[in-house]
Every structure is written in structure tokens, then in C-alpha cells.
Write a protein that binds this ligand. Structure first.
Ligand SMILES: [Zn+2]
Length: 141
């Protein structure tokens, strides 16, 4: 076995597979291949540790149940938020409508319109109080 075949085996196989046979003999005799093998073994170990930290510590079912519970609570919170928003809008509208002053129709009649009615000829004049008093005085004299 030469260096090329050993390095091509190191490319494709895990380091533990090169621990016996001709590969082991070559790594024991060749300093360069031994150094490369140590570096590759160190990188493999680091990679396995990193993957070990990446995996979730708990079982998958518990994580899924927790996610489902969180989703259900978020949905309920959304409905509560919508209901509270509608109640707030209704309260504000009620307060605005109850504090609005409704103008009375008599307040819109201008004061200058009253003498025109009293001076008007016909039945409007006879029904006014001063005209009725004058008529009563005239009949008693
Ligand atoms: Zn070699």
C-alpha cells in the first residue's frame, strides 16, 4: 500500500476502518499519513460532539406536545384579544354617543321670526293673547 491508496481510503472511510490490515501498517510506517490520520480523527471527534449538542435532549413526543400546547394557547389568546378589542370599540362608541347633546328643535327657531307671526293678518292675529285682551276690553266698555 502506498500513500495514494491510503489517502483515498481515508477520504471515503471512517478512521476506525483504517485501524487494521495494510492501512494500519502503512500509517505506522509513514509519518505523513499518520499525521493526516490524527488530524482527520480529531475533526471527526469534534464533528460528533457538535452534532451531540445540536440534538434535542428530550424525547420527540414531549417536544411535539409542548409545541401543540403552545399553539393552542396562542390561538386562544388571539380570540381573547379580538374580543377585548371589540369590547373596547363598543365602549368608546357608547361613551361618545351618550355624551352627545341632541339639539332641541325650538332652539333653531330664530327670535326675529316671532314678531312676524304676531303681526300676521288673519286667524294668527286673533289667537294671540294681547289681541284677545283688547277684544274683551272693547266688548265690556
Ligand atoms: Zn503514507
Amino acid at each position: 500500500m502506498n500513500c495514494d491508496t491510503y489517502l483515498s481510503m481515508l477520504e471515503t472511510l471512517p478512521v476506525e476502518e483504517l485501524a487494521y490490515g495494510d492501512a494500519r501498517l502503512h500509517a505506522a510506517t509513514c509519518r505523513d499519513c499518520d499525521r493526516v490520520t490524527r488530524v482527520v480523527a480529531e475533526r471527526e471527534r469534534n464533528m460528533l460532539m457538535a452534532y451531540g449538542e445540536l440534538y434535542l435532549p428530550g424525547p420527540v413526543d414531549a417536544v411535539a406536545a409542548r409545541a401543540r400546547e403552545l399553539s393552542r394557547r396562542r390561538r386562544a389568546a388571539l380570540f381573547y384579544r379580538i374580543g377585548l378589542g371589540l369590547a373596547t370599540v363598543a365602549t368608546v362608541l357608547f361613551l361618545l354617543m351618550s355624551r352627545r347633546v341632541v339639539p332641541t328643535p325650538t332652539a333653531r327657531v330664530p327670535v326675529t321670526a316671532v314678531p312676524k307671526i304676531m303681526n300676521a293678518p288673519g286667524p294668527a292675529r286673533a289667537t294671540t293673547a294681547p289681541a284677545a285682551a283688547r277684544a274683551v276690553r272693547a266688548t265690556h266698555q
